[in-house]
Design a protein around this ligand. Structure first.
Ligand code: SP5
Ligand code: ZN
Length: 368
């Protein structure tokens, strides 16, 4: 009776119905910084993000499954061999060239970009210098490469592929891949926006390869997923829909994510963007999510990938949207009511104090 608190029986949380897949390699990526307007600022896409999400899911009673290693078959269908080779080797080559010691550059950062304006009609040559190669695939100065970046990005891909295995194997209708680094800004042969390999595109491709003939990717990250859009833009079997802060109002990715981008060729009509004004909260944001869900139904998708970024939340430092945890839960319910086999993939979300609860709120809606 001296320590009555110890006698209180431990209440086991109700089992959380969405399994979480994760790879311990995902915390090996430590970008340390972002070069923002030429200034070295602290990184926002930090390893603690994954730990915070994991902690919230564990307290909610989620089962955590370790990702299994997958070969490159699906990855090679999404990304070009040259980008993969670059990401695998650039930090080693950068270090061998002496940049960490000679100039104090402990991470790979580009200084020159081979834009169309630089090249005109001339061919894009492979540069001899690794510091030139740094800008060959990376399109911004915010997405640094360090010693564990490749292993983490590859581990995130394994997590997405393992989540697809669980859904395609009918072990669960909804699975969640706790991917880090995020992926939706990475294109077939390009990367940026804190993304290296496109986990959601890999999940969509894996679902196609598993026999789901029409796959939808719905992206509720605060930013437009320009990488995912570009991977599937001219393909008719994958629908991409996104709700995000309007790039036309001055927000990343600035050049892509407008409402008139509807797909091309075989993919005409299979792309839908819902750009929203800064300051938008639950009401209008959820109307956009509902329009996206309606489009998924109209597309007759047989499987769904959710690019689950929680940076549209009001507390988030990286976006001006004002969505609440209830809003995220509602979005989960709207997408969950489609009843499709679903793989949710973690994208952005940077407020360490709330992002775990936002993920839990969304997933608990998704599974109905
Ligand atoms: C996956 C994802 O959410 N990527 C977000 C990429 C947007 N980054 C734009 C950065 C804009 C400036 N932020 C200032 C941060 C200073 N450290
Ligand atoms: Zn984002």
């Amino acid at each position: 009776m001296n320590q009555p608190l110890l006698d209180v029986p431990r209440v086991q949380p109700a089992a959380f119905p969405v399994p979480t897949v994760w790879s311990p390699d995902c915390v090996r990526h430590e970008p340390l910084a972002e070069i923002w307007l030429g200034v070295r600022t602290p990184g926002t896409e930090v390893p603690q993000r994954a730990a915070a999400i994991r902690t919230s899911l564990l307290s909610a009673g989620a089962r955590i499954v370790e990702a299994t290693r997958h070969d490159d078959t699906i990855l090679d269908l999404v990304h070009g061999a040259a980008l993969l080779q670059h990401l695998r080797t650039v930090y080693r080559d950068w270090t061998a060239a002496g940049f960490p010691t000679a100039v104090g550059a402990d991470r790979v950062v580009p200084y020159l970009f081979p834009t169309a304006g630089l090249l005109g009609t001339l061919p894009l040559r492979e540069p001899a210098a690794v510091h030139a190669r740094a800008g060959r695939y990376c399109y911004d100065t915010m997405t640094l490469v360090g010693p564990g970046t490749w292993e983490a990005a590859r581990g995130a891909v394994d997590a997405a592929l393992t989540a697809v295995d669980m859904v395609a194997g009918h072990q669960t209708r909804v699975a969640y891949a706790l991917c880090r680094p995020p992926g939706h800004h990475a294109g077939r042969e390009s990367f940026g926006g804190s993304c290296y390999l496109n986990n959601a595109a890999v999940a969509a491709q894996a679902l196609l390869s598993a026999g789901y003939s029409r796959v939808a990717v719905i992206d509720i990250d605060a930013h437009h997923g320009n990488g995912t859009q570009s991977v599937f833009y001219d393909r008719g079997e994958v629908f991409y829909g996104s709700v995000h802060v309007d790039p036309g109002a001055g927000w990343f990715p600035h050049y892509v994510g407008f409402a008139d981008e509807r797909g091309a060729g075989d993919g005409s009509g299979a792309n839908l963007n819902e750009p929203l004004q800064p300051g938008t909260g639950d009401g209008h944001w959820l109307r956009s999510v509902e329009r996206l869900a309606g489009a998924v139904a109209g597309f007759a998708a047989t499987a769904l990938v959710v690019s689950l970024g929680v940076d549209a939340a009001a507390d988030d430092p990286e976006s001006p949207l004002q969505v609440t945890a209830d809003g995220y839960h509602e979005a989960g319910l709207v997408l969950g009511s489609l009843g499709l086999p679903t793989v949710a993939v973690q994208e952005g979300g940077y407020h360490l104090g709330t992002l775990g609860a936002l993920v839990v709120a969304t997933l608990s809606g998704l599974c109905g």
